[in-house]
Design a protein around this ligand. Structure first.
Ligand SMILES: CC(=O)SCCNC(=O)CCNC(=O)[C@H](O)C(C)(C)COP(=O)(O)OP(=O)(O)OC[C@H]1O[C@@H](n2cnc3c(N)ncnc32)[C@H](O)[C@@H]1OP(=O)(O)O
Length: 404
């Protein structure tokens, strides 16, 4: 028998201890420096602790209160599921399943249409209705092949790049990131608390970093890159955040032009990043470390479909199966002028899919036809693929580079 109880501030130590035992790791206690800092941004009132029949804590799950940007620049509140773990001694007995069931019910009660998470292993979460919605990768450029293609006449950047230290730039980083994440589908907010406490990965974490800050012609900050050079003479870029293409190009030029480095490794580049097109030698850079990143779980089918923006008009009947919650939805989705209506229907479906696949296509990063070719979703008419692809396409590839 598994008993699941919500946590409070008083349970934080027990929660942290249980979760780290699940990962087989030791960490500094909350409140101290190092890895313990991460827990200072945790929301203990949103945690769940699973107890076994003897009352011992054996599993954990938590959630952050975040915002997610959907296609069309629509922003919705979401829970960022985190800190999921089950003690090695209690694995494969349904503890996680019980935690997920309880957590999903709670998230629905909050009225949220979606939940998101980053998965430690990509085999875990599909069964609970999550689908991979964004991916990320590194992009490595050897310095001796890093020359940029010449700019066209008149394309010189009227802005400037200023060199700062991370500690002196935190407020600017927070502001620029916030502007950026509102524009890019798939991005999540970074609560002020994270920046304030240095809880996260660099540049949120106060590790020594240089920051190249881009300002537009009017002097307004509109992009940054956080980086350092390692002993192996690799310039590692934690993230390149740019509100405009001009800012991105200027930052790439700055980083690729750095002296005394052998390689420049850009972390967390989106699938549609322009780097290969900026280089004079198109194949100089190599993608590395491709991985799934943000997983999305639709909690409310019509709510999620009407929350995003749409760039094409059309109509589709979707048959959505939610085996984990034991639900089945057939909805007519009608899009006119960028707005969607979604109502129950008994019309014949155009496509049938699992709720996890709806999470994947909702953000626009994977076309429905790709999932159909992989046998994930079923198309009921020859033209359903083209109609679904045209409808679900996002104005930009979704991307998330926040780690939580
Ligand atoms: C958002 C995040 O926090 S991601 C972090 C996830 N946590 C970790 O990776 C920490 C280390 N791992 C663990 O703590 C545990 O193994 C967990 C949390 C992944 C799984 O917990 P369990 O209590 O064992 O899961 P549970 O018993 O409910 O398993 C449900 C199903 O998922 C399967 N499953 C669970 N974890 C895995 C896995 N890592 N690989 C393959 N299958 C898995 C089970 O086999 C089971 O399948 P079945 O229904 O066909 O029998």
């Amino acid at each position: 028998m598994i008993d699941i109880r919500p946590t409070t501030e008083q349970d934080l130590d027990l929660f942290v201890e249980t979760m780290h035992a699940a990962f087989g790791m030791f960490v500094d206690p909350p409140g101290e420096g190092g890895t313990g800092v991460w827990w200072s941004a945790f929301e203990p009132e949103r945690g769940l602790l699973a107890h076994d029949a003897d009352g011992r804590p054996v599993g954990t799950a938590g959630a952050y209160t975040l915002e997610l940007t959907l296609p069309g620049g629509r922003i919705v509140p979401v829970s960022g599921v985190t800190a999921v773990g089950v003690l090695p001694s209690h694995r494969r007995r349904g503890v996680l399943t019980a935690l997920m069931r309880r957590q999903l019910a709670g998230l629905r009660e909050r009225g949220e249409v979606l939940a998101v998470l980053l998965a430690s292993e990509s085999v875990i979460y599909r069964r609970f209705g999550y689908g991979p919605a964004t991916s990320t990768q590194n992009y490595a450029v050897p310095r001796q092949r890093a020359a940029l293609a010449p700019l066209r006449a008149g394309d010189a950047d009227p802005g400037t790049v200023e060199l700062l230290h991370r500690d002196k730039a935190v407020e600017l980083l927070e502001r620029v990131y916030d502007e950026y994440r509102r524009l890019r589908p798939g991005s999540v907010s970074r609560p002020h608390r994270w920046w304030e406490r240095g809880a996260g990965q660099p540049p949120i974490a106060p590790k020594p970093r240089y920051v190249a800050l881009h300002r537009d012609a009017a002097g307004r900050p509109d992009g940054y890159a956080s980086y350092h050079v390692d002993d192996d003479r690799t310039l590692r870029v934690d993230e390149t955040i740019a509100v405009t293409d001009a800012a991105y190009t200027a930052l790439a030029r700055y980083l690729l032009g750095h002296d005394l480095v052998q390689r420049v490794v850009f972390r967390h580049v989106p699938p549609d990043h322009p780097l290969p097109w900026l280089l004079a030698d198109h194949s100089a850079g190599q993608p590395e470390k491709y991985t799934d990143w943000l997983w999305a779980r639709v909690l409310d089918v019509p709510g999620a479909l009407t929350s995003r923006g749409w760039s094409a008009d059309g109509e589709l009947v979707l048959d959505v199966d939610d085996p984990f919650l034991g639900e089945h939805h057939r909805h007519l989705l009608t899009v006119r002028g960028g707005e969607a209506a979604c109502v129950p229907t008994d019309r014949e479906p155009d496509l049938s899919l699992d709720v996890s696949d709806l999470g994947t296509i909702l953000l626009g990063g994977t076309a429905p036809s790709t999932l159909a070719r992989a046998g994930h979703l079923r198309l009921h008419h020859p033209d359903a693929a083209a109609r679904a692809d045209a409808l679900f396409r996002a104005e930009r590839a979704p991307h998330c580079l926040h780690w939580f």
